[in-house]
Write a protein that binds this ligand. Structure first.
Ligand SMILES: [Zn+2]
Ligand SMILES: [Zn+2]
Length: 317
């Protein structure tokens, strides 16, 4: 099979011919139809987060078809131990021995892959392979972040990329008001957010017109944390949804006072996936995708780094 392989962090992905992945016990072999590109893939490629197993095939938003014809989605959570204190308390997203697709397990930047069937999901029928792929991380982890934002009515989204463009639609469907924050000067991003139902879109350095009940930060810029805190109403929460963030700049205790809080979101549980994938067709969530051939995987990562597209990049092997 052909694959785009991360050989060394900080260097471009390389096209390789690999032997077809063979399924072990409990695994299903899949022909990859589409694989979404996530900012985590870019962090792995750029060396901003650790890649413990090299070489590795990136990609954890996989839409594949099994040899018996079932369309399945494969997310970031690839395997959990089922034994540790987190697995035993409904928090498999925090499993001490968790293995992640496209990091510890070869992922979907390839023509074929294998996955533990217990962590694969049926996908909504209404979406094409390319359109369904972004649901598998942007959607699932975005949904977990939205859940941890509680019942916030006025919701801020910082960084309007793959996850935010999905979660904006879900939040509007739930009757919330969405305030979208984009890079200063990014008029195209602001228009995109308004087109998906945001009641306000402006620069991340701007104050929203009303204080927010919660803000989710999808961008990896740590200076956004104090900015988001200052946009919150009393009792509000800042949810940091990315796997990596640059250093958080110092802020005054006054910004946190009045029961404001900051928390992170890590990974997903299978329960998050079942809930979100049932909800998505009821919204209904649509996704904006830019597609690349497998040979274009490095270009897709470069375009993501530079912010050259709206929505999600998707590789079609
Ligand atoms: Zn991801
Ligand atoms: Zn565990």
């Amino acid at each position: 099979m052909r694959a785009a392989v991360l050989i060394r962090q900080g260097a471009p992905l390389e096209p390789r011919e690999l032997p077809d992945a063979e399924p072990g016990p409990g695994q299903v072999a899949l022909t990859v139809r589409a694989c979404g590109v996530c900012r985590t893939d870019l962090h792995l490629r750029d060396g901003e987060i650790d890649a413990p197993r090299l070489p590795v095939v990136l990609g954890h938003q996989i839409v594949g078809v099994s040899d018996d014809g079932r369309r399945l989605g494969v997310p970031w959570l690839g395997w959990t131990c089922g034994q540790c204190r987190f697995c035993r308390s409904g928090r498999e997203n925090l499993c001490l021995r968790a293995r992640f697709t496209g990091r510890d397990i070869d992922g979907g930047y390839a023509e074929r892959t294998v996955a533990d069937e217990r962590y694969c999901f049926a996908l909504p029928d209404g979406l094409s392979d390319a359109q369904a792929a972004p649901l598998l991380c942007g959607g699932l982890i975005g949904y977990r972040a939205l859940t941890l934002a509680g019942d916030a009515q006025r919701l801020g989204l910082y960084g309007f990329g793959s996850a935010a463009h999905i979660i904006c639609q879900v939040a509007v469907h739930q009757g919330r008001e969405v305030f979208a924050f984009v890079r200063p000067g990014d008029e195209r991003g602001a228009r995109f957010a308004r087109s998906l139902g945001a009641v306000w879109a402006g620069a991340s350095t701007d104050a929203p017109p009303e204080p927010l009940d919660a803000a989710i930060i999808f961008a990896s810029d740590g200076t956004l944390v104090p900015q988001a805190l200052r946009a919150l109403d009393r009792g509000g929460t800042v949810v940091c949804a990315g796997i990596h963030m640059s250093e958080i700049t110092a802020f005054s205790y006054d910004d946190l006072w009045q029961e404001r809080s900051i928390r992170s979101v890590a990974n997903l549980t299978r329960r998050d996936a079942h809930e979100f994938l049932a909800l998505a067709p009821r919204v209904p969530v649509s996704t904006t995708v830019t597609t690349y051939p497998l040979e274009g995987a490095e270009q897709a990562l470069d375009d993501l780094r530079a912010g050259r597209f709206e929505g999600t990049a998707v590789i079609l092997p």
